[in-house]
Design a protein around this ligand. Structure first.
Ligand code: PLP
Length: 394
Protein backbone atom coordinates (compact mmCIF):
# COMPACT_ATOMS: atom_id res chain seq x y z
CA UNK A 1 0.00 0.00 0.00
CA UNK A 2 1.57 3.32 -1.02
CA UNK A 3 -1.40 5.64 -0.77
CA UNK A 4 -1.39 7.77 2.36
CA UNK A 5 -4.31 7.62 4.79
CA UNK A 6 -4.92 11.32 4.01
CA UNK A 7 -5.98 11.25 0.37
CA UNK A 8 -2.93 12.72 -1.37
CA UNK A 9 -4.66 15.54 -3.25
CA UNK A 10 -2.55 18.28 -1.64
CA UNK A 11 1.18 18.73 -2.25
CA UNK A 12 1.67 19.42 1.47
CA UNK A 13 4.79 21.22 2.63
CA UNK A 14 7.01 20.03 5.47
CA UNK A 15 5.50 22.61 7.84
CA UNK A 16 3.30 20.76 10.34
CA UNK A 17 1.62 23.31 12.62
CA UNK A 18 0.28 22.19 15.96
CA UNK A 19 -0.38 25.53 17.67
CA UNK A 20 -1.18 29.13 16.81
CA UNK A 21 -0.57 32.39 18.64
CA UNK A 22 -1.95 35.52 17.01
CA UNK A 23 -0.11 35.98 13.72
CA UNK A 24 2.24 33.02 14.35
CA UNK A 25 2.06 29.29 13.74
CA UNK A 26 4.22 26.89 15.72
CA UNK A 27 5.08 23.49 14.26
CA UNK A 28 5.82 20.08 15.79
CA UNK A 29 9.47 20.94 16.32
CA UNK A 30 8.72 24.30 17.97
CA UNK A 31 9.70 26.39 14.94
CA UNK A 32 7.67 29.62 14.63
CA UNK A 33 6.29 30.98 11.38
CA UNK A 34 4.94 34.44 10.67
CA UNK A 35 1.55 33.58 9.23
CA UNK A 36 0.71 35.97 6.41
CA UNK A 37 -1.40 33.27 4.77
CA UNK A 38 -4.06 32.97 7.50
CA UNK A 39 -5.27 29.60 6.29
CA UNK A 40 -5.96 31.34 2.96
CA UNK A 41 -7.79 34.40 4.25
CA UNK A 42 -9.64 32.45 6.94
CA UNK A 43 -8.05 33.28 10.31
CA UNK A 44 -8.92 36.97 10.08
CA UNK A 45 -8.49 37.47 13.83
CA UNK A 46 -5.28 35.43 13.93
CA UNK A 47 -4.90 32.26 15.98
CA UNK A 48 -6.42 31.82 19.42
CA UNK A 49 -8.29 35.12 19.51
CA UNK A 50 -9.77 35.20 23.04
CA UNK A 51 -13.22 36.53 22.11
CA UNK A 52 -13.68 33.97 19.33
CA UNK A 53 -12.35 30.96 21.24
CA UNK A 54 -14.42 31.83 24.32
CA UNK A 55 -17.58 32.18 22.25
CA UNK A 56 -16.98 28.80 20.61
CA UNK A 57 -16.13 27.06 23.90
CA UNK A 58 -19.21 28.45 25.66
CA UNK A 59 -21.54 27.60 22.80
CA UNK A 60 -20.08 24.09 22.49
CA UNK A 61 -20.90 23.49 26.13
CA UNK A 62 -24.40 24.97 25.78
CA UNK A 63 -25.71 23.61 22.48
CA UNK A 64 -23.57 22.53 19.56
CA UNK A 65 -25.95 21.30 16.94
CA UNK A 66 -29.66 21.09 16.31
CA UNK A 67 -31.43 20.25 13.10
CA UNK A 68 -32.80 22.91 10.80
CA UNK A 69 -36.15 21.22 11.46
CA UNK A 70 -36.35 23.40 14.57
CA UNK A 71 -36.46 27.12 15.12
CA UNK A 72 -33.07 28.79 15.31
CA UNK A 73 -32.71 31.83 17.53
CA UNK A 74 -28.95 31.70 16.87
CA UNK A 75 -29.40 31.57 13.09
CA UNK A 76 -32.02 34.30 13.07
CA UNK A 77 -29.78 36.61 15.06
CA UNK A 78 -26.72 36.18 12.82
CA UNK A 79 -28.80 36.39 9.63
CA UNK A 80 -30.39 39.59 10.91
CA UNK A 81 -26.99 41.06 11.63
CA UNK A 82 -25.69 40.18 8.15
CA UNK A 83 -28.86 41.63 6.59
CA UNK A 84 -28.52 44.83 8.66
CA UNK A 85 -24.98 45.28 7.38
CA UNK A 86 -25.43 44.47 3.69
CA UNK A 87 -27.56 44.74 0.54
CA UNK A 88 -29.28 41.47 1.45
CA UNK A 89 -32.69 40.62 2.86
CA UNK A 90 -32.12 36.94 3.53
CA UNK A 91 -29.30 34.48 4.28
CA UNK A 92 -28.66 30.74 3.87
CA UNK A 93 -25.83 29.36 6.03
CA UNK A 94 -23.39 26.75 4.74
CA UNK A 95 -20.22 25.02 5.98
CA UNK A 96 -17.91 26.12 3.18
CA UNK A 97 -17.34 28.53 0.35
CA UNK A 98 -18.22 26.07 -2.39
CA UNK A 99 -21.56 25.35 -0.75
CA UNK A 100 -22.25 29.07 -0.52
CA UNK A 101 -21.53 29.38 -4.26
CA UNK A 102 -23.72 26.34 -4.97
CA UNK A 103 -26.57 28.01 -3.10
CA UNK A 104 -25.95 31.21 -5.07
CA UNK A 105 -26.08 29.33 -8.39
CA UNK A 106 -29.28 27.55 -7.36
CA UNK A 107 -30.86 30.80 -6.17
CA UNK A 108 -30.08 32.52 -9.50
CA UNK A 109 -31.53 29.69 -11.60
CA UNK A 110 -34.53 29.34 -9.36
CA UNK A 111 -35.24 33.09 -9.58
CA UNK A 112 -35.82 32.77 -13.31
CA UNK A 113 -37.81 29.57 -12.84
CA UNK A 114 -40.07 31.33 -10.34
CA UNK A 115 -40.28 34.28 -12.71
CA UNK A 116 -41.66 32.16 -15.56
CA UNK A 117 -38.34 31.92 -17.44
CA UNK A 118 -37.05 28.41 -16.76
CA UNK A 119 -34.94 28.66 -19.93
CA UNK A 120 -32.71 31.28 -18.32
CA UNK A 121 -30.26 28.80 -16.86
CA UNK A 122 -26.78 29.93 -17.82
CA UNK A 123 -24.37 31.88 -15.71
CA UNK A 124 -21.56 33.73 -17.42
CA UNK A 125 -18.36 33.27 -15.43
CA UNK A 126 -14.79 34.40 -16.01
CA UNK A 127 -11.42 33.01 -17.02
CA UNK A 128 -9.16 31.94 -14.15
CA UNK A 129 -12.06 32.16 -11.73
CA UNK A 130 -12.10 29.95 -8.67
CA UNK A 131 -15.44 29.07 -7.12
CA UNK A 132 -14.70 25.83 -5.24
CA UNK A 133 -14.29 22.09 -5.81
CA UNK A 134 -17.79 20.67 -6.02
CA UNK A 135 -19.00 19.44 -9.39
CA UNK A 136 -21.09 22.59 -9.77
CA UNK A 137 -18.33 24.99 -8.85
CA UNK A 138 -15.64 23.31 -11.00
CA UNK A 139 -18.12 23.55 -13.86
CA UNK A 140 -18.23 27.30 -13.17
CA UNK A 141 -14.54 27.76 -13.96
CA UNK A 142 -12.71 27.21 -17.24
CA UNK A 143 -9.52 25.93 -15.55
CA UNK A 144 -8.60 22.46 -16.90
CA UNK A 145 -6.46 21.60 -13.85
CA UNK A 146 -9.61 21.52 -11.72
CA UNK A 147 -11.87 19.90 -14.30
CA UNK A 148 -9.87 17.22 -16.12
CA UNK A 149 -11.15 13.73 -15.48
CA UNK A 150 -14.28 14.85 -13.64
CA UNK A 151 -16.53 15.01 -16.68
CA UNK A 152 -19.42 15.11 -17.26
CA UNK A 153 -19.50 18.57 -15.79
CA UNK A 154 -22.62 20.60 -15.20
CA UNK A 155 -23.94 22.45 -18.22
CA UNK A 156 -25.08 26.03 -17.83
CA UNK A 157 -21.87 28.06 -17.72
CA UNK A 158 -20.29 30.33 -20.32
CA UNK A 159 -16.83 31.81 -19.87
CA UNK A 160 -15.63 35.29 -20.75
CA UNK A 161 -12.23 36.93 -20.17
CA UNK A 162 -12.09 38.59 -16.74
CA UNK A 163 -12.58 42.36 -16.70
CA UNK A 164 -13.70 42.40 -20.35
CA UNK A 165 -17.16 43.96 -20.33
CA UNK A 166 -17.83 43.73 -24.05
CA UNK A 167 -16.91 40.03 -24.15
CA UNK A 168 -19.31 39.41 -21.24
CA UNK A 169 -22.07 41.38 -22.93
CA UNK A 170 -21.59 39.47 -26.18
CA UNK A 171 -22.34 36.17 -24.41
CA UNK A 172 -25.74 37.28 -23.10
CA UNK A 173 -28.65 35.57 -24.82
CA UNK A 174 -32.15 34.34 -24.00
CA UNK A 175 -30.70 31.49 -21.90
CA UNK A 176 -28.58 33.71 -19.67
CA UNK A 177 -29.46 33.77 -15.95
CA UNK A 178 -26.76 36.23 -14.93
CA UNK A 179 -23.08 36.66 -14.11
CA UNK A 180 -21.02 34.93 -11.44
CA UNK A 181 -17.86 36.88 -10.64
CA UNK A 182 -15.24 37.50 -7.96
CA UNK A 183 -14.82 41.28 -7.50
CA UNK A 184 -11.17 40.49 -6.77
CA UNK A 185 -9.93 37.17 -8.10
CA UNK A 186 -8.03 35.37 -5.35
CA UNK A 187 -6.66 32.07 -6.67
CA UNK A 188 -6.43 33.71 -10.09
CA UNK A 189 -3.72 36.07 -8.78
CA UNK A 190 -5.24 38.96 -6.78
CA UNK A 191 -6.77 40.60 -9.80
CA UNK A 192 -9.25 43.32 -8.94
CA UNK A 193 -12.06 43.97 -11.39
CA UNK A 194 -12.18 47.52 -12.71
CA UNK A 195 -15.01 49.78 -11.58
CA UNK A 196 -16.24 50.05 -15.18
CA UNK A 197 -16.43 46.27 -15.43
CA UNK A 198 -18.50 45.61 -12.29
CA UNK A 199 -20.69 48.67 -12.90
CA UNK A 200 -21.14 47.50 -16.48
CA UNK A 201 -22.19 44.00 -15.39
CA UNK A 202 -24.69 45.57 -12.97
CA UNK A 203 -26.13 47.66 -15.82
CA UNK A 204 -26.44 44.65 -18.13
CA UNK A 205 -28.26 42.77 -15.36
CA UNK A 206 -30.64 45.67 -14.76
CA UNK A 207 -31.31 46.03 -18.47
CA UNK A 208 -32.08 42.33 -19.06
CA UNK A 209 -33.48 41.24 -15.70
CA UNK A 210 -30.42 39.11 -14.91
CA UNK A 211 -28.83 38.15 -11.60
CA UNK A 212 -25.49 39.65 -10.58
CA UNK A 213 -23.96 36.95 -8.40
CA UNK A 214 -20.75 37.85 -6.57
CA UNK A 215 -18.32 35.34 -5.14
CA UNK A 216 -16.83 37.17 -2.17
CA UNK A 217 -15.67 34.00 -0.46
CA UNK A 218 -12.08 35.29 -0.39
CA UNK A 219 -12.36 39.07 -0.77
CA UNK A 220 -15.30 39.56 1.63
CA UNK A 221 -15.54 39.93 5.41
CA UNK A 222 -13.40 43.05 5.92
CA UNK A 223 -10.38 41.67 4.00
CA UNK A 224 -10.22 44.75 1.76
CA UNK A 225 -11.14 47.31 4.42
CA UNK A 226 -14.88 47.11 3.69
CA UNK A 227 -17.20 44.42 4.96
CA UNK A 228 -17.60 43.32 1.33
CA UNK A 229 -15.32 44.17 -1.59
CA UNK A 230 -18.21 45.31 -3.81
CA UNK A 231 -18.66 48.31 -1.49
CA UNK A 232 -15.54 49.76 -3.15
CA UNK A 233 -17.35 49.69 -6.49
CA UNK A 234 -20.57 51.52 -5.71
CA UNK A 235 -22.73 48.58 -6.76
CA UNK A 236 -24.70 45.87 -5.00
CA UNK A 237 -25.25 42.29 -6.18
CA UNK A 238 -28.51 40.37 -6.22
CA UNK A 239 -26.88 37.32 -4.68
CA UNK A 240 -23.53 36.87 -2.93
CA UNK A 241 -21.49 33.97 -1.60
CA UNK A 242 -19.29 34.61 1.43
CA UNK A 243 -17.20 32.27 3.61
CA UNK A 244 -13.48 31.98 4.56
CA UNK A 245 -13.07 34.79 7.13
CA UNK A 246 -16.70 34.77 8.24
CA UNK A 247 -16.10 32.12 10.93
CA UNK A 248 -12.54 33.21 11.74
CA UNK A 249 -11.43 29.58 11.31
CA UNK A 250 -14.66 27.82 12.15
CA UNK A 251 -16.17 26.29 8.98
CA UNK A 252 -18.94 28.69 7.97
CA UNK A 253 -20.24 30.17 4.77
CA UNK A 254 -23.32 32.08 3.73
CA UNK A 255 -25.34 32.87 0.64
CA UNK A 256 -26.93 36.32 0.86
CA UNK A 257 -29.70 37.53 -1.45
CA UNK A 258 -32.25 40.24 -1.91
CA UNK A 259 -35.88 39.33 -1.36
CA UNK A 260 -36.53 39.54 -5.10
CA UNK A 261 -33.55 37.34 -6.03
CA UNK A 262 -34.54 34.72 -3.45
CA UNK A 263 -38.15 34.52 -4.58
CA UNK A 264 -37.74 30.96 -5.82
CA UNK A 265 -36.12 29.66 -2.63
CA UNK A 266 -39.23 28.43 -0.90
CA UNK A 267 -39.85 25.54 1.52
CA UNK A 268 -38.08 22.38 0.47
CA UNK A 269 -35.92 23.85 -2.30
CA UNK A 270 -32.61 23.78 -0.42
CA UNK A 271 -31.07 22.51 2.79
CA UNK A 272 -28.05 21.49 4.81
CA UNK A 273 -27.69 19.24 7.84
CA UNK A 274 -25.02 21.25 9.62
CA UNK A 275 -25.48 24.63 7.93
CA UNK A 276 -26.10 27.38 10.47
CA UNK A 277 -25.86 25.27 13.58
CA UNK A 278 -25.55 27.09 16.92
CA UNK A 279 -21.80 26.52 17.20
CA UNK A 280 -21.16 28.03 13.77
CA UNK A 281 -23.47 30.93 14.59
CA UNK A 282 -21.54 31.68 17.77
CA UNK A 283 -18.29 31.81 15.79
CA UNK A 284 -19.88 34.10 13.20
CA UNK A 285 -21.24 36.44 15.88
CA UNK A 286 -17.89 36.64 17.64
CA UNK A 287 -16.12 37.54 14.40
CA UNK A 288 -18.71 40.24 13.64
CA UNK A 289 -18.37 41.62 17.20
CA UNK A 290 -14.74 42.35 16.43
CA UNK A 291 -14.86 43.47 12.81
CA UNK A 292 -17.98 45.65 13.16
CA UNK A 293 -16.58 47.48 16.18
CA UNK A 294 -15.98 51.17 15.44
CA UNK A 295 -12.63 51.79 13.78
CA UNK A 296 -11.88 48.19 12.75
CA UNK A 297 -12.35 48.66 8.99
CA UNK A 298 -10.38 51.93 9.07
CA UNK A 299 -7.61 50.04 10.84
CA UNK A 300 -7.58 47.34 8.12
CA UNK A 301 -7.32 50.05 5.46
CA UNK A 302 -4.52 51.87 7.31
CA UNK A 303 -2.64 48.61 7.95
CA UNK A 304 -3.03 47.64 4.29
CA UNK A 305 -1.68 51.03 3.19
CA UNK A 306 1.34 50.70 5.46
CA UNK A 307 2.05 47.16 4.34
CA UNK A 308 1.81 48.19 0.72
CA UNK A 309 4.04 51.21 1.25
CA UNK A 310 6.61 48.99 2.97
CA UNK A 311 6.51 46.58 0.05
CA UNK A 312 6.81 49.35 -2.53
CA UNK A 313 9.82 50.74 -0.74
CA UNK A 314 11.56 47.36 -0.38
CA UNK A 315 10.78 45.81 -3.77
CA UNK A 316 13.15 47.92 -5.93
CA UNK A 317 16.05 46.48 -3.88
CA UNK A 318 15.21 43.11 -5.43
CA UNK A 319 14.03 44.11 -8.86
CA UNK A 320 15.36 40.91 -10.40
CA UNK A 321 12.50 39.17 -8.54
CA UNK A 322 9.67 41.58 -7.73
CA UNK A 323 7.60 43.23 -10.41
CA UNK A 324 4.68 45.01 -8.73
CA UNK A 325 2.19 44.90 -5.88
CA UNK A 326 -1.58 44.86 -6.35
CA UNK A 327 -4.82 44.28 -4.48
CA UNK A 328 -6.80 46.12 -1.82
CA UNK A 329 -6.57 46.43 1.95
CA UNK A 330 -5.02 43.26 3.36
CA UNK A 331 -5.63 41.23 0.21
CA UNK A 332 -2.36 41.96 -1.54
CA UNK A 333 -0.52 40.22 -4.35
CA UNK A 334 3.14 40.58 -5.22
CA UNK A 335 3.73 39.84 -8.86
CA UNK A 336 7.05 38.13 -9.44
CA UNK A 337 9.16 37.99 -12.59
CA UNK A 338 9.45 34.25 -12.00
CA UNK A 339 7.41 31.32 -10.63
CA UNK A 340 5.79 32.27 -7.32
CA UNK A 341 5.39 28.73 -5.94
CA UNK A 342 9.13 28.14 -5.65
CA UNK A 343 9.67 31.50 -3.95
CA UNK A 344 6.79 30.95 -1.50
CA UNK A 345 8.42 27.61 -0.56
CA UNK A 346 11.81 29.29 -0.12
CA UNK A 347 10.42 32.03 2.15
CA UNK A 348 8.59 29.38 4.18
CA UNK A 349 11.39 26.85 4.54
CA UNK A 350 14.34 29.20 4.96
CA UNK A 351 12.88 32.35 6.51
CA UNK A 352 9.86 31.17 8.53
CA UNK A 353 7.43 33.23 6.48
CA UNK A 354 4.07 31.93 5.30
CA UNK A 355 2.41 33.36 2.19
CA UNK A 356 0.33 31.70 -0.56
CA UNK A 357 1.12 31.28 -4.22
CA UNK A 358 -1.57 32.24 -6.74
CA UNK A 359 -1.98 32.41 -10.52
CA UNK A 360 0.04 34.75 -12.75
CA UNK A 361 3.23 34.28 -10.65
CA UNK A 362 1.69 36.12 -7.73
CA UNK A 363 2.58 35.74 -4.04
CA UNK A 364 -0.56 36.30 -2.00
CA UNK A 365 -0.19 38.29 1.21
CA UNK A 366 -3.21 37.58 3.42
CA UNK A 367 -2.33 38.33 7.04
CA UNK A 368 -4.77 38.31 9.93
CA UNK A 369 -6.67 41.61 9.82
CA UNK A 370 -5.60 42.61 13.34
CA UNK A 371 -1.82 42.60 12.78
CA UNK A 372 0.25 45.40 14.27
CA UNK A 373 3.10 47.61 13.13
CA UNK A 374 5.78 45.19 14.35
CA UNK A 375 4.26 42.36 12.29
CA UNK A 376 4.53 44.52 9.17
CA UNK A 377 8.16 45.32 9.95
CA UNK A 378 8.94 41.64 10.55
CA UNK A 379 7.19 40.66 7.32
CA UNK A 380 9.11 43.18 5.20
CA UNK A 381 12.36 42.13 6.84
CA UNK A 382 11.73 38.41 6.27
CA UNK A 383 10.52 38.89 2.71
CA UNK A 384 13.51 41.05 1.89
CA UNK A 385 15.88 38.48 3.38
CA UNK A 386 14.11 35.73 1.44
CA UNK A 387 14.50 37.72 -1.79
CA UNK A 388 18.19 38.35 -1.08
CA UNK A 389 18.92 34.67 -0.46
CA UNK A 390 16.82 33.41 -3.36
CA UNK A 391 18.44 31.99 -6.42
CA UNK A 392 16.00 32.36 -9.27
CA UNK A 393 15.71 28.95 -10.96
CA UNK A 394 17.17 28.99 -14.46
C1 PLP B 1 -11.86 29.44 -1.33
C2 PLP B 1 -12.83 29.90 -2.35
C3 PLP B 1 -14.00 29.17 -2.65
C4 PLP B 1 -14.26 27.79 -2.09
O1 PLP B 1 -14.35 27.78 -0.72
P1 PLP B 1 -14.27 26.35 0.07
O2 PLP B 1 -14.54 26.74 1.49
O3 PLP B 1 -12.89 25.84 -0.16
O4 PLP B 1 -15.30 25.48 -0.50
C5 PLP B 1 -14.89 29.71 -3.54
N1 PLP B 1 -14.68 30.92 -4.10
C6 PLP B 1 -13.58 31.65 -3.83
C7 PLP B 1 -13.41 32.99 -4.46
C8 PLP B 1 -12.61 31.17 -2.96
O5 PLP B 1 -11.50 31.87 -2.72
Amino acid sequence: MTITPLMPVYPRSGVRPVRGEGAYLIDESGQRYLDFASGIAVNILGHGHPHLTKAIAEQAATLMHVSNLYGSPQGEALAQRLVDNSFADTVFFTNSGAEAVECAIKTARRFHFANGHPERQNLITFKNAFHGRTLGTISATDQPKMRDGFEPLLPGFDYAPFDDLEAARALVDEHTAGFLVEPIQGEGGIRAASVEFLKGLREICDEHGLMLVLDEVQCGVARTGKLYAHEHYGITPDIMATAKGIGGGFPLGACLATEEAAKGMVFGTHGSTYGGNPLAMAAGQAVLDVILAPGFMEQVTATGDRLRAGLEQMMPNHDQLFESVRGKGLMLGIKLKTDSRAFVAHARDNHGLLTVAAGENVVRVLPPLNIEEHHIAEFIEKLSAAAASYEIPA
